[in-house]
Design a binder for this molecule. Structure first.
Ligand SMILES: [Zn+2]
Length: 83
């Protein structure tokens, strides 16, 4: 990934656009983190409780893989026409 791939995620964090926890959905976030997949970077935010419960981002990794790994795989399948 290039540095440009991080721009949207960085902008989300710097402009504080994320106001719901990426894990539990609760409003009121405390911690910003950029999740990096194999082909994209996505801004995430965690509430105090989820941040304390997931200090190494293991749970966040599982959620992000579920959300975006399938989409990426789907995109690749669609792009090649191999269904
Ligand atoms: Zn939370």
């Amino acid at each position: 990934m290039s540095a440009e791939d991080w721009l949207v995620a960085l902008d989300d964090g710097l402009c504080e656009r994320l106001d719901h926890c990426s894990l539990c959905g609760r409003k009121g976030v405390h911690w910003f983190h950029i999740w990096e997949g194999t082909a994209l970077a996505i801004g995430t935010a965690l509430c105090v409780r989820c941040r304390a419960a997931d200090p190494k981002y293991d749970a966040l990794e599982v959620v992000m893989q579920q959300r975006y790994a399938k989409r990426l795989k789907g995109s690749l399948i669609w792009a090649t026409g191999d269904r």
